[in-house]
Design a protein around this ligand. Structure first.
Ligand code: NZQ
Ligand code: ZN
Length: 384
């Protein structure tokens, strides 16, 4: 087991109607900016519930944070923060709204060029405090210090991480996911699944605790994910998916183990270039990446095959191949297509993705930093 720091300061408020408790976590005299997306928070009443819970505090609103939130949009919110002397941010939405709000929290306190800070990962010294009400279980952003923002002018989608960007609190009310379109339920389960995989499917370091946590989350997502597509208002199913997605990326299962993240880094380029949903990119790339990395991931792939997919017969190669096939089938059964061709993307994407990764100095990738241009080409070619 590697040495590690484990730090997670976010206060989780889990369960039905927990929005009512947010007032206990926000100063009475706070000047609050409530941020949300394209309208689901308003349409389904969550915004009204939040405003009621905020009581007599000063409240301003910022709407229109789009999926894969854009720098330009978020800078408008930063201007609003300054104009209204906002000192607390409250995100109401999915990962994009939470990420976008983290960006606003950092940018509002940064004096220099904000994209420079973000893209060069310069450490921030302060950020506005924020909380969130999660409406889409998927990214884990609600209890981590990471945010991903898109600069459309540069065609760049970049992640940033700081301990100052953990939400102070996160409301996880499973009933909020009842209104999700099927596509977002599917996306959420696939995203959470791949978060676990990228921290689990590397090489063994005798970290049995993280391995068993990871396998438990994968098995839960495999069992409950398909139910969430059909039983859209089953509280227990939605609660299981929501808590799994949070635990998949709150730092816990990633401590003391090697991490991969190549699928995510390549996937972000596919979203920046072709506007694919985040989870769609992961469903396309992960099976191909596992094929190309079969040797370096061999021991953990066998463990994954046996413990997660219950594959006991056949040679090692057969077990690994079957586990990869079952992984792809799971994504497809969840309704997320796992081939670039299924999204109408032609083969010139291979060069474009590689050139974007080069432009942002992201090669080599993987837990051994051994995914070079040649391997990238193989991974992308196998993704059609
Ligand atoms: O904008 P509104 O109207 O709210 O609609 C949203 C949006 O269209 C809708 N939605 C959300 N909650 C709903 C709902 N519709 C009905 N009922 C509800 N309860 O869902 C659509 C997608 O929302 P979005 O927030 O974009 O999805 P998701 O949560 O999957 O977030 C994706 C973003 O998070 C980043 C991704 O790259 C992407 O930009 N990630 C963030 C991470 C992190 N911070 O740790 C890690 C992840 O790997 C990921 O990269
Ligand atoms: Zn993800």
């Amino acid at each position: 087991m590697f040495n590690f720091d484990y730090y997670n300061p976010t206060h989780v408020l889990f369960g039905n109607s927990r929005i009512n408790d947010i007032g206990k976590h926000i100063p009475q005299n706070a000047r609050v900016l409530v941020t949300y997306g394209g309208g689901s928070a308003k349409k389904f009443g969550t915004l009204d519930e939040v405003k009621t819970a905020l009581g007599h505090r000063y409240v301003a609103e910022f709407s229109g944070i789009e999926p894969n939130p854009h720098l330009d949009t978020l800078m408008k919110a930063v201007a609003l923060v300054k104009e209204h002397n906002i000192d607390f941010l409250l995100a109401v939405g999915g990962g994009s709204v939470v990420d976008g709000t983290k960006f606003i929290a950092a940018a509002s306190e940064w004096d220099g060029d904000i994209w420079d800070m973000w893209s060069k990962r310069l450490p921030i010294q302060s950020a506005l405090p924020m909380g969130c009400v999660l409406t889409l279980p998927a990214t884990g952003s609600e209890t981590n210090g990471t945010a991903v923002v898109t600069n459309t002018q540069l065609g760049a989608k970049m992640g940033y991480n700081s301990p100052l960007l953990f939400p102070l609190f996160a409301v996880l009310d499973p009933t909020k996911s009842y209104t999700l379109p099927k596509r977002q339920v599917s996306n959420g389960v696939v995203d959470a699944f791949v978060h676990v995989i990228e921290q689990y499917l590397t090489y063994p370091v005798y970290n049995k605790v993280q391995d068993r946590f990871a396998e438990g989350l994968l098995l839960t997502l495999i069992e409950e994910g398909p139910k969430a597509l059909t039983s859209t208002d089953n509280y227990d199913v939605c609660a299981s998916v929501m808590w799994s997605a949070t635990l998949a990326l709150n730092g816990l299962i990633g401590v003391g183990v090697p991490q991969d993240w190549a699928t995510h880094r390549i996937g972000h380029q596919l979203t920046a270039l072709y506007n694919l949903d985040h989870a769609q990119t992961l469903a396309i790339l992960l099976p191909s990446l596992l094929h190309v990395q079969k040797e370096t991931k061999r021991i953990k792939l066998l463990q994954y095959a046996e413990r997660v997919w219950d594959i006991s017969g056949g040679s090692d190669v057969e077990k690994i191949n079957l586990a990869i096939t079952k992984t792809r089938d799971f994504f497809e059964d969840m309704g997320v297509k796992s081939r670039l061709s299924a999204y109408g993307i032609s083969e010139d994407a291979i060069d474009k993705v590689i050139s974007n990764l080069k432009r942002f100095n992201m090669i080599p990738l993987g837990e051994h930093q051994d995914i070079d241009e040649l391997k990238l080409r193989k991974i992308l070619s196998l993704s059609y």
